[in-house]
Design a protein around this ligand. Structure first.
Ligand code: NAD
Length: 260
């Protein structure tokens, strides 16, 4: 259902963003990938998605903590494809420290990437979406858009900020055929999470299953990771015409975490 449309997915060289980019390409969208990583590996990804789904895939190396690079990324996407029809604000990082020791540069970095970048990308794509009277904006928030955990002040503040930004912008564009939503995952099985397991097994003398269940998934009642494919399926649904009345919403997909 996305044939002829263009999706810009930030932070899509890995994890959740990559899963969303693949799902959108499979639905026919041309895609702009963004994120960091090894250049030849990214080129292999880009060419692979394009060949597999017969769509055009471009890559922007923009550092989304920089406003000028966000502006260039969006301008390049519009120049290449004529429009950005679907924007996914997904790039994000974490930093863990008690608030009185939280490095101020890390605070600025997390707020810039996890919150301000979404504001900038939204303000830049909305005029084009309004002109076409169709658009979909989806931000990857987190269970931490609803509840907190200690030592994650910047991340939790930014994700709560995404919730407020999503609701506000949804109201502003509600009559323009544009929906604005956030997806709030619990723990998702991404390379980032997977890589932590061997060290935790060693440090705690636990089996892999014990680490997953009793450490990582302690707060997630299903005791199962959310998968990248599940997030991508939800994001894809939000781009359909059937989802046109879902706007300003936080779509929770967290194995029951925030119900507890
Ligand atoms: P990931 O580390 O696999 O992917 C992050 C992506 O962001 C990568 O493509 C990376 O290159 C990119 N990125 C990092 N800094 C950037 C910058 N300055 N400019 C542009 N791109 C940058 O992580 P993930 O688990 O896929 O997380 C994606 C999003 O999902 C984040 O917003 C994260 O907060 C959110 N999230 C993840 C989980 C989880 O358990 N994995 C849970 C809830 C929410």
């Amino acid at each position: 259902h996305l044939a002829g449309k263009t999706a810009l997915v930030t932070g899509s060289t890995s994890g959740i963003g990559l899963g969303i980019a693949r799902a959108f390409a499979a639905a026919g969208a041309n895609v702009v990938l963004n994120g960091f990583g090894d250049a030849p590996a990214i080129e292999t990804l880009r060419a692979g998605i394009a060949a597999e789904h017969g769509v055009e895939v471009r890559y922007s190396a923009a550092d989304l903590t920089r406003v000028d690079e966000i502006e260039t990324m969006v301008a390049d996407a519009v120049e290449a494809f004529g429009a950005v029809d679907v924007l996914v604000n997904n790039a994000g990082i974490q930093h863990v420290a008690p608030v009185h020791e939280f490095p101020t540069d890390k605070w600025d970095l997390v707020i810039a990437l996890n919150l301000s970048a979404a504001f900038h990308a939204m303000r830049l794509v909305i005029p084009g979406m309004k002109a076409k009277r169709w658009g979909r904006i989806i931000s990857t928030a987190s269970a931490h858009a609803l509840v907190a955990s200690p030592y994650k002040a910047a991340y939790v503040a930014a994700k709560h900020g995404i919730a407020g930004l999503t609701k506000t912008v949804a109201l502003e564009v509600a009559e323009s055929g544009i929906t604005v939503n956030a997806i709030s995952p619990g723990y998702v099985w991404t390379p980032l999470v997977e890589k932590q397991i061997p060290a935790t097994m060693k440090a705690r003398g636990m089996t892999e299953e014990q680490v997953k269940r009793d450490v990582l998934l302690a707060a997630q009642p299903t005791r199962q990771f959310v998968t990248v494919e599940e997030i991508a399926g939800l994001a894809l649904y939000l781009t359909t015409d059937g989802a046109r009345n879902i706007t300003g919403a936080l779509q929770v997909i967290d194995g029951g975490w925030t119900a507890a």
